[in-house]
Design a protein around this ligand. Structure first.
Ligand code: PMP
Ligand code: GLU
Length: 397
């Protein structure tokens, strides 16, 4: 008998976190590694948000909160949905969790029965597939490529739907491609979704504030599918608050209630101090996030320009988030010192060994032809990282 459960034995480690851990270990050994692996803003949390957290401690907001979140925060999130996204959620349709990661897990574990299918466009964020598997659901992927700007078409969605399809999960702006769906594109997908009354969609909008193309568009804005959408968001990315661990959903009340019940058994809700800090950010004008967004856009432009000098590296122009997901399949079959590159994993290992740069292989996101750069770091480091990558790749013959 296995000591651990089949459930945990069948679960893959998060590749983004694994690569970040590996970089930290190598750095601790004194190696000069530039880590472009984890998707985490390098900015510090804005001062007024930190002050709100400190005030919460001083005011003894240090007890258990309602499992679904502090009422005032849920109301603030409802107001944010209205202000930024034109979405009408009552506070009782909002559940605050320990990061958007838990929000997504709550929904999947609350809704998916064994054998039910969940559609996941490629490239996907690493944790979607594993969480679906944890719920004993079946991930059904839809391929895309750089040529379609890594976005699916309504025809592709329709073709992927079977009588067993329960859900679709996707992100816009997308981690790892940076692609952003326009209002028209979302409406076209919504028109397919409405044809299938048992189909629900998790719209992961955690990169909402890191959008270089203009206004963020939410899937739930289309009234005809509003009650089929679970809108996921959080403060990790837009407010540089990854460590505070606050994410949330807006959803039909019966789904929100299920998530409340779920986390009532798992976590009893998230940190009271973090909730008070998050509330300060959510209530502030979104313009306070623009400076960080603009810095990400400058870095994107810089990395895209530098990458043009690397032979065989094909990129599109990501419109949001802080990732670039170039196609690096040009290097497959090439070798250096007896080490032959067969896939994106081999290439990321090679770049770590020979270039001292940590990236995440595209394989982790469902597209083995690509590799993910997180450009959420300083311009100096980005320049040096691309220089190292270029030099290492030049060794491959
Ligand atoms: N969704 C996507 C697409 C992400 O990239 C992340 C990053 N961690 C999350 C959800 C989860 O974010 P968090 O748990 O930090 O709120
Ligand atoms: N979402 C980030 C990433 O993709 C953080 C790591 C994680 O939560 O997986 O790198």
């Amino acid at each position: 008998m296995s000591k651990l459960s089949d459930r945990i034995n069948n679960l893959s480690e998060s590749q983004t976190l694994a690569m970040a851990k590996k970089s930290r270990e190598l750095q601790a050994q004194g190696k000069d590694i530039i880590s472009l692996s984890i998707g985490e803003p390098d900015f510090d949390t804005p001062q007024f948000i930190k002050d709100a957290g400190k005030r919460a401690i001083d005011n003894n907001v240090t007890h258990y909160t309602p499992v679904a979140g502090i009422l005032e925060l849920r109301k603030a999130i409802a107001a944010k949905f209205k202000r930024d996204n034109g979405l009408n959620y009552n506070f009782d349709q909002i559940i605050v969790s320990t990061g958007a990661k838990q929000s997504i897990a709550n929904v999947i574990l609350s809704m998916i029965n064994p054998g039910e299918e969940v559609i996941v466009p490629i490239p996907y964020w690493v944790s979607y597939i594993e969480t679906i598997k944890l719920a004993e659901g079946i991930p059904v992927t839809i391929p895309t490529s750089i040529d379609s700007n890594f976005k699916i078409t309504p025809e592709q969605l329709k073709k992927a739907i079977t009588p067993k399809t329960k859900m679709m999960v996707f992100s816009t702006p997308c981690n790892p491609s940076g692609s952003v769906y326009s209002k028209e594109e979302l409406k076209a997908l919504a028109s397919v979704i409405i044809e299938f009354p048992d189909l629900y969609v998790i719209s992961d909008e955690i990169y909402e504030y890191i959008n270089f193309g203009g206004k963020h568009e939410s899937l739930a804005q289309f009234d005809f599918i509003y009650d089929r959408v679970i809108t996921v968001n959080g403060v990790s990315k837009g407010f540089a608050m990854t460590g505070w661990r606050i994410g949330y959903i807006g959803a039909p009340k019966w789904i929100a209630d299920a998530c409340d019940k779920m986390q009532g058994q798992f976590t009893s809700g998230t940190s009271s101090v973090s909730q008070m800090a998050a509330m300060a950010g959510i209530q502030a004008e979104p313009s306070i996030t623009y400076e960080m967004r603009d810095a990400f856009q400058r870095r994107r432009d810089l990395v895209l320009k530098l990458m043009q000098e690397i032979p065989g590296m094909k990129t599109n122009v990501p419109e949001g988030a802080f990732y670039i997901f170039p196609d690096i399949s040009y290097y497959f079959g090439k070798a250096y010192d007896g080490y032959r590159i067969k896939n994106s994993n081999d290439l990321s290992e090679f770049l770590l060994e020979q270039g001292n740069v940590a990236l995440v292989s595209g394989d982790a996101f469902g597209d083995d032809n690509c590799i993910r750069f997180s450009y959420a770091t300083s311009e100096d480091k980005l320049i040096e990282a691309v220089r190292r990558i270029k030099a290492a790749l030049a060794l491959l013959k």
